[in-house]
Write a protein that binds this ligand. Structure first.
Ligand code: PLP
Length: 324
């Protein structure tokens, strides 16, 4: 938990960050908390092989590959989106972590789920004991980990003598938002939690799926709690052109976070959440102290698609001089 003094001064709202981008497994990120519970469950079921799906930018897929390597399980990833000419970003890491990669091209999320099901059947027919993780490790169990994360963050910030009014985080498959919302209910606090949607088309019914995840998590760890639709707050206002595509404010968010705080945010996920905080601070529609939940995933910044566009949108980067 870290205070961001220069960003706070710049935008006129007190901002803290929860550093889930730092950790011990496979370059960290929010998926590690979900995998802690999911893979323990998989092992308890006797599974030896993890199968999951996602985009080639997927941090969930990369974290699954890393965590599987860390505990000696096999991992197969079914990945969509245009294939780059060279393995870059998470795709490169997926391969390094030893996952078996199935690249299925630019298919829809629905087709991707069907293709993954086929891969599961194929592996099972070969005698593998498979545990399939849904996209983004979005399960009730994963959300339960995030309810515990909320309680952890609440305790940490109280220990620093502070409170937060608003939590802002990047949101896609939903178990982060579902879990944080449940954690708030368990700890009987009233923090506003805003999910910044970075992949709107991932479900037909985004709020309905988030609600289901929250209540599945509640059934596991707090059965007396019932999460209502009105407990959830998410917005597509900062999605821009879509998942992994440009959005207003992303370059500025990367600029301010790196230059003022020495923290990297990425153009696919976290920069859209920071862009939301900056915009809401300027419009005075957010109340501080704000907690930016840093969900990790900074390595997409090394993907040439993004490096080139960030380079061209930030003139300060062109001040680099070669000393000969
Ligand atoms: C997966 C991911 C999210 C969204 O988390 P969900 O629980 O799937 O909504 C946000 N940020 C990063 C960096 C991620 O990898």
């Amino acid at each position: 938990m870290q205070f961001l003094p220069r960003l706070s001064k710049e935008i006129g709202v007190e901002v803290w960050t929860k550093r889930d981008d730092l950790g011990s497994v496979g370059l960290a990120g929010n998926k590690v908390r979900k995998l802690e519970t999911e893979l323990a469950h998989a092992q308890a079921l006797g599974a030896t092989h993890i199968v999951t799906e996602g985009s080639r930018h997927s941090n969930a897929a990369r974290a699954a590959a890393a965590a599987a390597a860390a505990i000696g399980m096999k991992c197969t990833l079914v990945l969509c989106h245009e294939e780059p000419k060279k393995p870059v970003g998470n795709l490169f890491l997926d391969a390094l972590f030893g996952a078996d990669l199935r690249l299925v091209g630019d298919v829809s999320w629905v087709e991707l789920a069907q293709l993954t099901e086929e891969v599961v059947h194929e592996l099972e027919a070969d005698g593998e004991r498979v545990h399939r993780l849904p996209i983004g490790s979005a399960t009730g169990r994963g959300a339960a980990s995030f309810a515990q994360a909320y309680i952890e963050a609440d305790e940490q910030i109280r220990a620093q003598g502070a409170r937060f009014n608003t939590i802002v985080h990047a949101s896609s498959a939903g178990s982060t938002h579902a879990g944080l919302t449940l954690g708030r209910a368990i700890s009987q606090t009233s923090t506003r939690i805003v999910g910044i949607i970075v992949a709107g088309e991932v479900y037909d019914d985004v709020p309905g799926t988030y609600l289901r995840l929250a209540n599945e998590a509640a059934d596991l760890i707090a059965p007396s709690i019932d999460i209502e639709p009105s407990d959830l707050e998410m917005t597509e206002e900062y999605l821009g052109e879509g998942y992994g595509k440009p959005a207003t404010g992303v370059a500025e968010a990367i600029d301010l976070m790196t230059r003022l705080e020495g923290i990297v945010v990425d153009p696919v996920y976290t920069a859209k959440a920071v862009a939301a905080i900056i915009d809401m601070a300027r419009k005075k529609t957010i109340q501080g102290p704000v907690l930016f939940w840093h969900t990790g995933g900074y390595h997409s910044i090394f993907d040439p698609t993004y490096t080139t566009s960030i380079w061209s949108s930030l003139p300060r980067l062109r001040n680099i001089v070669l000393h000969t």
